[in-house]
Design a protein around this ligand. Structure first.
Ligand code: CAA
Length: 262
C-alpha cells in the first residue's frame, strides 16, 4: 500500500522511544471505518511488540481527531449482521495494549472519536477541541464506551447530559470535567506535548510503567478491596526487578538511575 492509501500513518519521536500513530482519512474527518480500525489495531500491536517503543501517541488531524464511527458504512446494516459479527467489538483490542497510549486531540472527537479518545490512557487536547456523543441525533446510542467510560470519567449527570442531548463541549470544559488530563495552551502543539509526555514515560523503567498502567486500569474493574490487593501484589512483585534495586539504590547514592527494564 502506498502512503496515501494508509489509513494510519506511523512515525517516531526524535529519540525513537515514542511511536506516533496518526489517523489518516482526512476527507472523511477520520471517520472510523472498519478498515481504519483494523489498521489501527495492527499498528498498536506492532508498537506494543517492538522493544524500542516505550509509549504510543495516537492523534488525528487538526480539524478532526475522529468524527465518529463511519455512518455511511453502518447505515444499512441489519441487527442480525451487527450482532453476529460483533460490530465494533474489535475496538476493545486496544485495551489489551500494555504500553501507555497518549491521545492528542485537536478538532472533532465525536461519537466513536470521543470513545476512541477515552480508550487512550492519558489524554491531551487543544482548548477548542470538540467532544460530543451525538449518537442520539442518529437514532442510536454510543456503542464503544460512550455511556460507560464517559460516566466513569465525568459522572452521571454530565454523561446523561452529553448522551441524551448530544451536547458538545470544548477542550477547556473537557479539562475541567476530567475527560482529559491536560489542555495545552493556545499556540502549543498538542502532538508535540503528547510526545513530551511519552518521552517522560519512556525515561522510566518499562516494567514499572507497565505495572502502573495495569494497576490503574484495574481500578475501573474491581471493587476497592480487590483493587487494593491487586495493586499491592503488583507492588510486591516489583521488588523482584533490577529496576527497583537500581531506582532505590540510585536515590540513596544521590545519582541518576540507569534502567535496564528488567
Ligand atoms: N461517518 C462517515 N462520514 C463522515 C463522518 C462520519 N462519522 N463524519 C464526517 N464524514 C464525512 C462527511 O460525510 C463528508 O463527506 P463528503 O465530503 O463525502 O460529503 C466529509 O466527512 C466532511 O464532512 P462535512 O462536510 O460534514 O464537514 P463539516 O465541517 O460541514 O462538518 C461535522 C463536520 C460537524 C463533524 C460533521 O461532519 C458531522 O456531524 N459528522 C458526523 C458526526 C457524528 O454524528 N458522529 C457519530 C457517529 S455514530 C458513532 O460514532 C457510533 C459509536 O458509538 C461508535
Amino acid at each position: 500500500t502506498s502512503a496515501s492509501d494508509r489509513l494510519v500513518l506511523t512515525s517516531r519521536s526524535p529519540n525513537n522511544s515514542v511511536a506516533i500513530l496518526t489517523l489518516n482519512r482526512p476527507k472523511a474527518l477520520n471517520a472510523l471505518s472498519s478498515p481504519l480500525f483494523e489498521q489501527l489495531n495492527e499498528e498498536l500491536e506492532k508498537a506494543d511488540e517492538d522493544e524500542s517503543v516505550k509509549a504510543i501517541v495516537l492523534t488525528g488531524g487538526e480539524k478532526a481527531f475522529a468524527a465518529g464511527a463511519d455512518i455511511k458504512e453502518m447505515k444499512d446494516k441489519q441487527y442480525a449482521e451487527v450482532y453476529k459479527t460483533n460490530f465494533l467489538g474489535s475496538w476493545t483490542k486496544m485495551s489489551s495494549i500494555r504500553k501507555p497510549i497518549i491521545g492528542a486531540v485537536s478538532g472533532y472527537a465525536l461519537g466513536g472519536g470521543c470513545e476512541l479518545a477515552m480508550l487512550c490512557d492519558i489524554l491531551l487536547c487543544t482548548p477548542n477541541a470538540t467532544f460530543s456523543q451525538p449518537e442520539i441525533t442518529l437514532g442510536i446510542i454510543p456503542g464503544a464506551g460512550g455511556t460507560q467510560r464517559l460516566t466513569h470519567l465525568i459522572g452521571k449527570a454530565r454523561a446523561m447530559d452529553m448522551v441524551l442531548t448530544g451536547r458538545k463541549i470544548n477542550g477547556t470544559t473537557a479539562g475541567e470535567w476530567g475527560l482529559v488530563s491536560r489542555v495545552v495552551g493556545e499556540g502549543e502543539n498538542v502532538v508535540d506535548e503528547a510526545v513530551k509526555v511519552g518521552e517522560t514515560i519512556a525515561g522510566f523503567g518499562a516494567v514499572a510503567v507497565q505495572a502502573g498502567k495495569e494497576a490503574v486500569n484495574e481500578a475501573l474493574e474491581l471493587p476497592l478491596d480487590q483493587g487494593l490487593r491487586y495493586e499491592r501484589k503488583l507492588f510486591h512483585s516489583l521488588f523482584a526487578t533490577a529496576d527497583q534495586k537500581e531506582g532505590m539504590g540510585a536515590f540513596a547514592e544521590k545519582r541518576k538511575p540507569s534502567w535496564t527494564n528488567q
